[in-house]
Design a protein around this ligand. Sequence first.
Ligand SMILES: O=C(O)CCC(=O)C(=O)O
Ligand SMILES: [Fe+2]
Length: 287
Amino acid sequence: MTRLSIEPTDGPVGAFVSGIDLAETPDPAAAATLRTALGDHGVLFFREQSLTPEAHIAFAESLAPIVINRFFTPVAGYPNIAEVRKEADQKNNIGGAWHADHSYDQIPAMGSILVAKELPPMGGDTLFAGMYAAHDSLPDDIRERIAGLRALHSSRHVFGAGAAHLNDPDNDQGDRYGNAHAATQDVWHPVVIRHPLSGRKSLYVNPDFAVRIDGLPEAESDALLALLFEHARRPEHIYRFEWEPGSIALWDNRATWHLALNDYHGHRRLMHRITLAGVALESGESN
Ligand SMILES: O=C(O)CCC(=O)C(=O)O
Ligand SMILES: [Fe+2]
């Protein structure tokens, strides 16, 4: 039997896991090792896997309970698997701007397991940005300024009835999203969290969903968020993952952002995503 091995990427975030066949549900010891590695590296990549939807679900449940994304269209017959699909004749993709999934939830999802089903002949990579590195590399004065602040996260402008991009006649994402009426909750989270698995400080604001910093006039809040976003997406915080048939990415939304590159027009790309339940988030100031 090969042994589970975890090799950090040559970038600032992520690790490759080998020596495990995810078609067989990981036993509790292996699942615990994967969870710890996820907290440490932010995203885990697996190659040469072959997962049925049932095995995908069993793998997910070995790590955490599944949460259903209420805005994504599910895979037919599998209500707890979201379809991340772009057809050859579609222009827009899902997740094409920097974000952390579900940060608009009171108890945000831990992460997701994305399984490649059909890939374009080239392109369609996913970028991951490491939020431990983004936090730790901030100038001292900014780190001190944001410690203890809270930010408001919202899904209204992305998934809600009034979301500009969904009402844009040039945007062809309509069939992939639903439930706009569910995009009504907003939530405050610490700008810097203590990561629930690793205990490290992580920057927890993202460009898609963080809209306001508590206690600051709007212009100051906008400027501070813009500065944090600009800093976090610097190349030195990013790892670019190239998908191959059989690839799987398991990411942690509390330690990373991601962005799906939309550079394969004219080709289909189909992925299956299961989202894992998380825990309430604590401030980086807490012990
Ligand atoms: O398709 C991808 O690479 C990622 C899309 C995305 O943002 C997601 O599945 O959460
Ligand atoms: Fe996403």
